[in-house]
Design a protein around this ligand. Sequence first.
Ligand code: FAD
Length: 388
Amino acid sequence: MDHVVVVGAGLAGVRSVEALRAHGYQGRITLIGEEPHRPYDRPPLSKAVLLGDADSTVVDSDLEALDIRLMLGTAAKGLHDGVLSTTDGELAFDGLVVATGATPIRLRGEGHQHVLRTIDDALALRAALVEGARVAVIGAGWIGAEVATAAARAGCRVTVVEAGDAPVAAALPIGRYMIPWYAEAGVELVLDAPVGSVDPDGLTLMNGGKIEADVVVTGVGVRPNVAWLDGSDVELDNGVLVDEHLRSFVPNVVAVGDCANWYSRRFGRRMRVEHWDTALGAPDTAAATLMGENAVYDPVPYFWSEQFGRMVQYAGHHHGARLVLRGDPETDAKWAACWLTHDHRLAAILTVDRPRDLVQGRRLVEGRQRLDAGRLADPSVTLRDCTV
Ligand code: FAD
């Protein structure tokens, strides 16, 4: 290989460049990013940046030392016959890494809606979160909860409007235990309230109700940025379809991060995971694949969220598994939810201010050890000691 192009200068793109060099690739690398900014981390955008504790979250990477061509403010537009077309001309390549991330979904309506994906989004939203402002957040997911946390901290009057019957309902079945967190923080939570439109003076709900607001923030999920690959030979279905080596249907094209839909041997299904840890870890496998090595990407997915003064962490994949609570979420400040497979192995764990449980639980998910459900339910027994 003489020239690898990495499209998308987010975390997954930067880590791909680093991984290629770490795997001994000495040819040319071009890193293309649509945003004008040097690569930066997104998790602090809804935390330290919104709270006013940070203005920049630049990724810690010495790109100059990696001897690459960095094209910022350049977007990939298409891929045909092994040539990448961009807003700054065409590029031939021997290997291509697709790391174009995802873009927030916006709702219908004439009113202005903030979204939160870029540093520019975060700085614009932070400026709007002034004391006394009426802020309507659409979606009680991870981003919505973090925005509500920052807005309440800034002295705004915050309403979170959620289509489901509990926070994070689309992702996890334990959201009802998070409902009290909103009222404690002085945030109004309106459930079962799908939004019809975003208006200049607030929101109109599907049921005809109105919520007046000065600031509307939409946090209802993202779509992978892969439309630029339409019409190419790279197969798309909820992201770029790749195998367990992160290789697409075009052999010298790999995909990583939020835009990759890969096959997990561990879980026996396809996964597209929008977590920082995936953007960090997948590039090593993708680089190895481009270098002709036989690497497999099969992690236990992990993420965290900081909301209403709590650290929430999750590892694994809970679908189809049985819920066992560790502690009582209604009375205990610190608790965990564990999911056991039919043969008593830990499929997933969510912890609230129990970081040690998370670390041990993640290892247990990885190790597939069998656990005793009775001991697991007792928060005074360390997770390590629940194995049978
Ligand atoms: P991105 O970071 O989206 O980077 C992709 C880059 O590609 C972007 O810069 C984009 O502009 C560029 N691009 C797109 N299309 C093109 C094109 N056609 N040509 C060139 N460039 C293009 N995860 C957690 O685990 N915990 C958290 O607490 C957490 N908090 C988050 C908070 C916020 C506000 C956000 C937005 C995300 C958060 N995440 C969190 C998710 C995590 O940040 C993402 O999973 C991670 O950023 C994905 O990295 P990526 O490189 O795949 O994509």
